[in-house]
Structure formats: structure tokens, C-alpha cells
Design a protein around this ligand. Structure first.
Ligand code: HEC
Ligand code: HEC
Ligand code: HEC
Ligand code: HEC
Ligand code: HEC
Length: 150
């Protein structure tokens, strides 16, 4: 039953990628919010990071209070627990990457048209080939130890 198996596999992949709360960039960016309001760049360290729940609750203490998803969000906020977002773009630990060092490149170059997406999927490659091709084009360092620090 190869077709059935394929179906089961794709269903389980979708399940894996599911976020704990169905947050939509499309809905929220239409409200006029800016990336940097939720993803502190540069923030602590080199990562883009996820927003604190207080940022969400600034609106959702009032907006859509009756929604089950907002109830879940409010629960994390009250318990002071961060929402366990699934990271979609993730490099292996042996690669060094810094958003700070890439602040001159648009987010969309590496993540696609986020503002038009309800659900974020990995639509742009973050492979070594993709990194090195852009470094070649922009005369950025391409020595092995630029990205693989001993
Ligand atoms: C500037 C105010 C504002 C902020 C900040 C905000 N939201 Fe929203 N959110 C809204 C509005 C407005 C809607 C759409 C309501 C509608 O459908 O008309 C919405 C809708 C939602 C929904 C859909 C709810 C449903 O059941 O339809 C979810 C889930 C959600 N937001 C999660 C979040 C999360 C998580 C954050 C923080 C990362 C956040 N929001 C930050 C205003 C905000
Ligand atoms: C209201 C807060 C908010 C705003 C504004 C916002 N984001 Fe996000 N972003 C989130 C949350 C919450 C997540 C985690 C859930 C998800 O993946 O959708 C996220 C996830 C992401 C991810 C996936 C990261 C990963 O690998 O897990 C990318 C890429 C991203 N945002 C880029 C952007 C860009 C680019 C903008 C501006 C165009 C933006 N975001 C604006 C809240 C926000
Ligand atoms: C040069 C490519 C590149 C650009 C430009 C870029 N990102 Fe990323 N982003 C990545 C890579 C690679 C990762 C995975 C990082 C890791 O696993 O260490 C990532 C991860 C993320 C994450 C997951 C959480 C984290 O902090 O790692 C978020 C959120 C995110 N990016 C948002 C943004 C936003 C917002 C912008 C624009 C301000 C942006 N990115 C610009 C390549 C990029
Ligand atoms: C859109 C083009 C682009 C992409 C894609 C890109 N980079 Fe870069 N990267 C640059 C530029 C430009 C610089 C130099 C920034 C500067 O000097 O201010 C840089 C700098 C760096 C640095 C600092 C190097 C040093 O020695 O100073 C590292 C590390 C790095 N990138 C890793 C990566 C990794 C890993 C990826 C893939 C996940 C990646 N980059 C994808 C353009 C890119
Ligand atoms: C601009 C950043 C960058 C540079 C420069 C770079 N790498 Fe990588 N490398 C990556 C990223 C990102 C990955 C993980 C993603 C992947 O496997 O494509 C990786 C993965 C690897 C792996 C693991 C591959 C695997 O299949 O498990 C090896 C080995 C490696 N690099 C060696 C090198 C060597 C040797 C050089 C110098 C000739 C080099 N890298 C230069 C970014 C870089």
C-alpha cells in the first residue's frame, strides 16, 4: 500500500510542524506591526528570538478573549511559561550563525514573504551551498572556519 504509507507519512510531518498556537503573520502584519516589535534584532546574543507573551497579551487581554487559542496563550502568560514554538529554520550546532551579522540583508531573502504567510514553513534553503553562494556574491568571508568555528 505505498500510497497509504505516503499519506500517513505526510500527515505525521504536518503534525510535527504544527505550532502550539495558530499564530498568523499575515493577520498580524496587516495590523501594521513591524518585525522588530516581536523579533528583537539584535537582541540578546545573536538570535532573532520569539516575542515575550506580554507582547501578545497587550492586545489579547481584550482582543478575542473567547477564542480557545487565546485562552491557551493567556495560560502560558499567567504561568510565566514561554509558548513552546517549534523552530522551523534551525542549523546544526556545529554551524555558527548570527542575525546581527546579517542585519543588512532583508528577512525575506532567507525566510521568504513572511508577511503573506498564515503558517511559516521552511521555503528557503539554509544549506551550506545556499550560504556560500550568497557569501560569494556579496564578497563575504567563505573560509571554512567563518561558519565552522573550532
Ligand atoms: C496589535 C495587537 C495584537 C498583538 C500585539 C497580537 N495580536 Fe493576535 N490578533 C490581533 C487581532 C486584531 C486579531 C484578529 C481578530 C480577528 O480575527 O478579527 C488577532 C488574532 C489572533 C489569533 C486568532 C484567534 C482566533 O481564534 O481567531 C491568534 C491565535 C493570535 N492572534 C495570537 C497572537 C500571538 C501569539 C501574539 C503574540 C506573538 C499576538 N497574537 C499578538 C491583535 C494582536
Ligand atoms: C506580533 C508578533 C510578531 C511579528 C510582528 C512578527 N513575528 Fe515572526 N514570529 C512570531 C511568532 C509568535 C513566531 C513563532 C510561530 C510561527 O512560527 O509562526 C514567529 C516566527 C517567525 C519565523 C520562523 C522562525 C523559526 O524558524 O521558527 C520567521 C522567519 C519570522 N517569524 C519572521 C518574521 C518577519 C520577517 C516579520 C516581519 C515581516 C515577523 N516575523 C513579524 C511573532 C511575530
Ligand atoms: C542571511 C539569512 C537570514 C536573514 C537575512 C534572516 N534570517 Fe532568520 N534565520 C536564519 C537562519 C540560518 C536561522 C536558523 C538559526 C539557527 O538555527 O541558529 C534563522 C532563524 C530565525 C528565527 C528562529 C529563532 C532564532 O532566533 O533563531 C527567527 C524568529 C528569525 N530567523 C527571524 C528573522 C527575522 C525577523 C529576520 C529579519 C530581521 C531574519 N530572520 C533575517 C537566516 C536568516
Ligand atoms: C543574503 C546573503 C547571505 C546569505 C544567504 C548568508 N550570508 Fe552570511 N554574510 C553575508 C554578508 C554580506 C556578510 C558580511 C557582513 C558584514 O561583514 O557586515 C555575512 C557574514 C557572515 C558571517 C560572519 C563571517 C565573519 O568572519 O565575519 C557568518 C559566520 C555567516 N555570514 C554565516 C552564514 C551562514 C551559516 C549562512 C547560511 C545559513 C549565511 N551566512 C547566509 C551574506 C549572507
Ligand atoms: C557560509 C557558511 C559556511 C561556510 C563558509 C562553510 N560551511 Fe560547511 N556548512 C554550513 C552549513 C549551514 C552546514 C549545515 C547545512 C548543510 O549540511 O548543508 C554545513 C555543513 C558542513 C558539513 C557537514 C555536512 C554533512 O552532510 O553532514 C561539513 C563536513 C562542512 N560543512 C565542511 C565545510 C568545509 C570543509 C568548509 C570550507 C571549505 C565549509 N564547510 C565552509 C555552512 C558553511
Amino acid at each position: 500500500m505505498p500510497l497509504l504509507r505516503l499519506l500517513c507519512l505526510s500527515v505525521s510531518l504536518v503534525a510535527l510542524a504544527e505550532q502550539p498556537i495558530p499564530y498568523s503573520h499575515k493577520t498580524h502584519l496587516k495590523l501594521g506591526l513591524k518585525c522588530a516589535e516581536c523579533h528583537t534584532l539584535p537582541g540578546k546574543g545573536e538570535a532573532a528570538g520569539y516575542p515575550p507573551e506580554s507582547k501578545c497579551m497587550a492586545c489579547h487581554a481584550q482582543v478575542k478573549r473567547d477564542s480557545a487559542a487565546i485562552g491557551k496563550l493567556a495560560g502560558y502568560f499567567q504561568l510565566k511559561k514561554p509558548v513552546p514554538w517549534q523552530q522551523i529554520y534551525r542549523l546544526p550546532d556545529y554551524v555558527w550563525f548570527s542575525h546581527k551579522r546579517h542585519s543588512k540583508s532583508a528577512c525575506e531573502t532567507c525566510h521568504g514573504p513572511v508577511a503573506e504567510r498564515d503558517v511559516i514553513v521552511k521555503e528557503k534553503a539554509i544549506t551550506m551551498v545556499a550560504c556560500m553562494a550568497c557569501h560569494e556574491d556579496t564578497s563575504a568571508p567563505n573560509e571554512c572556519n567563518s561558519c565552522h568555528n573550532p
